[in-house]
Ligand binder design. Structure first.
Ligand code: ADP
Ligand code: MG
Length: 333
């Protein structure tokens, strides 16, 4: 009989096993495992900590990922988790696993990209760790941030809340397909490739939203729109009814999808890596949300509503129920 491997477990079961027995809350720990960042309180200061790594061959391929974009991205994906909690990033720690044969110029570019993103977000490096890697580059970043008066958790969605997403979802997944096929140089699709290699965390929007205190639950979209919405639903023990056609893909997005024989709806709902924000908000605060969206140049799309009955109910523009096939990314399956 074949011995069982991690493919049988899947990413989320592995996390569950390590999380077992750990406190969701203890003296200084306001929120442990289970959200985009951990929340710690010391006196009257509330801090956020998050960590994420990018690995060559898993998250990126050196044939299509410029080293400076990689440096920016590894910080931005962490900043995005701080944004999802409504916080302000302060310091970061950098873990590097580097192959001995990596050209010095690659490291220079990586460092330049990382520092560029750090300057933009006004975060400083406060430490890290450096080792040799037997195969490929591994970069792990940990970010420490300060919480706002209001913190967004995944488990705060209320029945009746409206569901909104920022920006354009599915573009990073489209970009990845284009990059893998070596089509990144074509001017008509270049911006999709940049969405994959150079995402930007929605820090300003999130912080203003946290200062206004008008939203309930929030998460950033790394696994995919449907999968990340499911994380909110699971944590909040609620369901949702969404319109699969609510998000209108542009003609250029549709053209690129047609060329690659990809279904636009699968990329929008199943593709990951957008680092946009998905949030739930009571109807009475929608005008406030829209004004924060305008003030920070953040497009917002309403997707549907939180329901008491569990599960994710997806409907098309004609109100017919649709079953989503693949939803989201799992590292081991
Ligand atoms: P995100 O996509 O926002 O970075 P993840 O899906 O990576 O979140 O992780 C979900 C939750 O599980 C987070 O709260 C994270 O801190 C926690 N987590 C992930 N891997 C581990 C691990 N190996 N040990 C403990 N907690 C983990
Ligand atoms: Mg996240």
């Amino acid at each position: 009989m074949r011995s069982s491997t991690l493919t049988d477990l899947g990413e989320f079961e592995i996390i569950r096993q390590f999380a077992q027995g750990e406190p969701r809350q203890s003296s200084n720990l306001v929120r442990g495992i289970g959200d985009d960042a951990s929340v710690l309180r010391f006196g009257n200061k509330t801090l956020l900590i998050t960590t994420d790594m990018l690995q060559q061959g898993v998250h990126f391929d050196r044939h299509w990922m410029p080293w400076d974009h990689l440096g920016e991205k590894v910080l931005e994906v962490n900043l995005s988790d701080i944004a999802a909690m409504g916080g302000k990033p302060l310091y970061y720690w950098l873990g590097l696993g580097l192959p001995a044969g990596l050209p010095k110029t690659a490291l220079d570019q990586l460092r330049r990209g990382l520092k560029r993103a750090a300057r933009r977000a006004k975060v400083r490096c406060a430490g890290g760790d450096t080792t040799r890697s037997p195969r490929g580059v591994i970069i792990s970043v940990t970010v420490l941030g300060e919480a706002s008066r209001h913190i967004f958790y995944r488990d705060r969605a209320h029945v009746g809340d409206r569901i909104y997403v920022t920006g354009k979802v599915g573009e990073a997944a489209l970009g990845l397909e284009l990059l893998k096929r070596g089509l990144a140089k074509q001017p008509a699709v270049r911006r999709y490739c940049l969405r994959q290699t150079r995402p930007r965390a929605r820090l300003d929007f999130a912080r203003r939203l946290a200062q206004s205190g008008c939203a309930h639950a929030m998460i950033d979209i790394s696994d995919g729109l449907a999968a990340d919405l499911q994380h909110i639903l699971d944590a909040s023990q609620v369901g949702a009814k969404v319109d699969l056609d609510a998000f209108k893909a542009s003609p250029s997005f549709r053209r690129a999808c047609a060329k690659l024989k990809k279904n636009p709806q699968s990329l929008i709902w199943g593709g990951g890596d957008d680092y946009e924000l998905l949030l739930t908000i009571p109807q009475r605060h929608i005008r406030r949300l829209q004004s924060i969206g305008r003030a920070t140049a953040t497009p917002l799309t309403p997707l549907g509503q939180i329901t008491r009955s569990k599960g994710l109910g997806c409907y098309d523009a004609q109100g017919r129920r649709v079953i989503l096939k693949k939803t989201g990314y799992n590292h081991f399956s």
